[in-house]
Design a protein around this ligand. Structure first.
Ligand code: C2O
Ligand code: CU
Length: 473
């Protein structure tokens, strides 16, 4: 049932990815396609958003009623190759409207999945066809953009992996979808979405962390092997700082975009909501040994996330693989900093900040406004209008006491400075984390026309006013 379909011009290959609900657990994909095939493929998939049940916590505890794509949490991993075209039919079997946003993919505006901005919401019982080409290789994900603070927190999110045409050599390529859930003692999802307490503080941080939809215990490895680990933070609010003690992860990509390979600053791989990191880890521990991966992002709240458990087998090799780990860059336009137009974007509000004058239920403002973008905001009233093909530098100023991962749709941007200091790696991101009182300058070419959201990916902050529209015309 997951078989290939006939050849479809102008793309040489065509195949079908994620099956209908119920087939969801079937192994998905790219393995059944010849790696050598040079032609881009048209890849078809179907995602059905519906209620489901998931065993998030160990099996001596009850399962959890979730909202899921194709019955699984996270949803199926959609895996393609750079240059392929993805055609996904999304069917909504939820009791409310939804959309799908393809986070970090530089796609045409009409496919961006922001309700009331780029498309009407997909009503209950309705479907929508998304179709776009994947210009960049890397680690991405998909999620709803309607009432994300509830729909994502109930389980709607999945990985979207775009393989390089010339991948680096590793022994294993693994995806860790990091999730964070606020559960009650019976493992059910606690209600109270959008509570002002969460909106005005650090969002709906949960109490149960999962990897690929399960509270993890062991991640099995073999001594000597090289693993490319694709980390995706799908949490509503939790920031992770993953400390692989006894190992030396090398960051090779951030938010899907290649970066000069480097050890993470401070030792831990930091991932704010919506951020991704690709790390290469040489498993240099001894056969039979066990190593704890800690999450130490929040001071004094460090916990054990999972153990790396080494098999007893002898090492796969005695010396780490010599193969290079640097990825080829994606085709991003380089901003012209000398001629860039500059703007400042100030984030204000929140508890211990200035929330005066904000509409009811709102806690945050962008340049003094708390009007939001899309999602019921019918008037397209962009904060800034960019001219297509021009370079821009935005100075993002976090004038609040809270962290904000700021995501811009439809583009990737270079982070060129933080607090006035040039960044070491000038990394390309689509979501930049601003610590309390931090300032960051981002630079990009506005090369994708349309109405694009800029918002905080702490989903309660987004709903609470930290969202604006920017237009590229
Ligand atoms: Cu991950 Cu506006 O989205
Ligand atoms: Cu925020």
């Amino acid at each position: 049932m997951l078989d290939d379909v006939h050849v479809h011009a102008p793309l040489a290959r065509r195949r079908f990815l994620a099956g209908i609900a119920g087939l969801a657990a079937a192994p998905l994909v790219s393995s059944c396609v010849t790696r050598a095939a040079a032609q881009p493929a048209l890849v078809e998939a179907q995602l059905v958003a519906a209620s489901a049940s998931a065993q998030l916590v160990p099996s001596e505890h009850p399962s959890t009623a979730v909202w899921a794509y194709n019955g699984t949490v996270p949803g199926p991993t959609l895996r393609l190759r750079q240059g392929d075209r993805l055609r996904v039919r999304v069917e909504n079997r939820l009791g409310e409207g939804t959309t799908v946003h393809w986070h970090g993919i530089r796609l045409p505006n009409a496919m961006d999945g922001v309700p009331d901005l780029t498309q009407p919401p997909i009503g209950p019982g309705e479907s929508f066809l998304y179709e776009f080409t994947l210009p960049d290789a890397g680690t991405f994900f998909y999620h709803p953009h309607q009432r994300g603070y509830e729909q994502i927190a109930r389980g709607l999110a999945g990985a979207l992996i775009v393989d390089e045409r010339e991948p680096i050599q590793v022994d294993r390529d693994e995806v860790w979808v990091l999730g964070d859930w606020r559960l009650d003692r019976d493992a059910s999802i606690r209600a109270g979405f959008g509570a002002f307490m969460d909106v005005s503080h650090n969002g709906r941080v949960g109490n149960t962390v999962t990897i690929n939809g399960k509270v993890p215990d062991a991640f099995r490895v073999r001594a000597g092997e090289r693993i490319r680990l694709r980390l995706i933070n799908t949490a509503s609010a939790r920031i992770f700082g993953l400390d692989f003690r006894g190992h030396r992860p090398m960051v090779i990509a951030l938010d899907g975009q290649p970066v000069e390979p480097h050890a993470p600053e401070g030792g831990a791989v930091v991932l704010a909501p919506a951020q991704r990191a690709d790390v290469v880890i040489d498993m240099l521990g001894a056969p039979g040994s066990r190593h704890v991966v800690h999450d130490n992002f929040y001071p004094r709240l460090e916990y054990r996330l999972v153990d790396l458990v080494y098999a007893d087998e002898p090492p796969l090799r005695t010396k780490p693989l010599a193969a290079p780990i640097r990825l080829l860059p994606n085709p991003l336009a380089e901003p012209d900093l000398a001629r860039a137009e500059r703007h400042e974007i100030a984030l204000t509000g929140g508890m211990m900040g200035d929330m005066s004058g904000l509409p009811r239920g709102r806690a945050w403002a962008v340049n003094g406004l708390s009007k939001g973008c899309g999602e019921g905001v019918a008037v397209f009233d962009p904060l800034l209008i960019f001219r297509r093909g021009r370079s821009y530098v935005l100075k993002l100023v976090n004038d609040t006491a809270w962290h904000h991962p700021m995501h811009w749709h439809g583009h990737s941007f270079r982070v060129i400075s933080r607090n006035g200091q040039p960044t070491a790696h000038r990394e390309w991101l689509d979501t930049v984390l601003l610590a309390p009182d931090e300032t960051a300058e981002i630079a990009f070419v506005a090369d994708n026309p349309g109405e694009w959201m800029l918002h905080c990916h702490v989903l309660d902050h987004q709903a609470g006013g930290m969202a604006v529209c920017l237009r590229v015309t």
